[in-house]
Design a protein around this ligand. Structure first.
Ligand code: AHN
Ligand code: ZN
Length: 333
């Protein structure tokens, strides 16, 4: 009996020591990760440059000149650049000569994150206060310019501060903003008229086996007092990523921008990337609390110009995404 009791004690003690040495029960050590600093002045300059071309509407010289500049710029920023040309049919019947521009960093890395934004701008200003000017194309400093501006500054950081064990693909979608306006715009109602570039890419990825862990879409990420809520499509397909990015944004000190409130689903490039390409992708998109359209007051109006861009907003988004990328590369999530 006594021997049995001693054996039992010994067993318990042995187990205790074993548990103590089990690495799984150890508290994780604090790792410090070097994350580069996002430069909002640079991002702003990239927006300024895009706006200097005028509206970037498919089938216009401004559009094509801007594409050529984007390709040159990304190449200079050390990326491998792939251009995907496509003829896409708009709701008007017009064939749009579109270009999706893809910048690849660390092509050999297995673990990858995809970042995206649309680079085209809207051919209409259907929400403008002045009915006379509703048929004119918009400058799209925020809607088009800001997402690309932030991504180019991220590209610059990836070039200067080489990222380990992680591939990053920056995908600039064309023909996002060519959608049919409410009421049809004089044409019969059609489905899936927005996001033609991302629809095409999702069915014809630049690499057949392309499979990033997840994607982050930036859309209207530059206006003053922007508010990024947890949008419905992002929550449906990628709530884990959403919560990770929003938590990172809040921890980095940007809680006035990253709001955990849920808002209704929207049609944006991430919808097709989720549905057709089956890549979980979230959308960081400005959804003000009080707004008739669900977007900013400047949305699809001639107020969408450089003067609505606020560097603080660019920093909140750009720094948050950089933190996510460099933490991901260090395996810190
Ligand atoms: C809809 O209006 C249905 N979606 C808006 C997507 C968009 C347009 N983002 C920027 N411009
Ligand atoms: Zn738009």
């Amino acid at each position: 009996m006594r021997i049995l009791r001693i054996t039992l004690y010994l067993l318990i003690a042995a187990c205790f020591v074993a548990c103590k040495n089990d690495p799984k029960t150890k508290k994780p050590e604090k790792i410090t990760i070097d994350v580069p600093t996002f430069n909002a002045d640079m991002a702003y300059r990239f927006i300024e440059k895009q706006v200097s071309f005028g509206p970037r509407v498919p089938n216009t010289p401004s559009h094509d000149s801007c594409a050529a500049w984007l390709v040159r710029e990304l190449h200079e920023l050390g990326a491998r650049v792939v251009i995907q040309h496509a003829d896409l049919k708009a709701y008007t019947g017009e064939i749009l000569k579109a270009q999706n521009i893809i910048a690849v960093y660390n092509p050999d890395a297995k673990r990858r994150v995809m970042l995206a934004a649309h680079w085209d701008t809207r051919h209409l200003a259907e929400w403008d206060a002045d009915p006379e000017r509703r048929m004119e194309p918009i400058l799209g400093a925020d809607d088009g310019g800001s997402g690309v501006g932030v991504l180019l500054e991220i590209a610059r950081n990836l070039d200067v501060h080489k990222i380990e064990n992680l591939g990053v693909d920056i995908v600039l979608f064309d023909a996002e903003d060519c959608g049919q306006p409410q009421g049809g715009g004089g044409f019969p109602e059609q489905k899936d008229t927005w996001c033609l570039g991302s629809q095409h890419w999702s069915k014809n990825k630049h690499e057949a086996n392309y499979r990033p862990m997840y994607g982050i879409l930036l859309d209207m990420v530059g206006s003053k007092n922007a508010r990024f809520s947890r949008e419905g499509v992002s929550m449906k397909y990628a709530s884990g990523i959403m919560n990770k990015v929003w938590t990172e944004g809040q921890n980095a000190g940007y809680s006035s921008y990253f709001d955990f409130a849920k808002t209704r689903e929207i049609i944006d490039d991430h919808l097709y990337v989720n549905k057709l390409a089956k890549i979980p992708m979230i959308d960081i998109v400005n959804r003000p609390v009080t707004s008739q359209t669900g977007f900013g007051k400047y949305w699809h109006t001639h107020d969408d110009q450089l003067d609505i861009i606020d560097k603080k907003t660019l920093t909140a988004v750009g720094q948050t995404v950089l933190n996510v990328l460099y933490k991901e590369s260090a395996g810190a999530f």
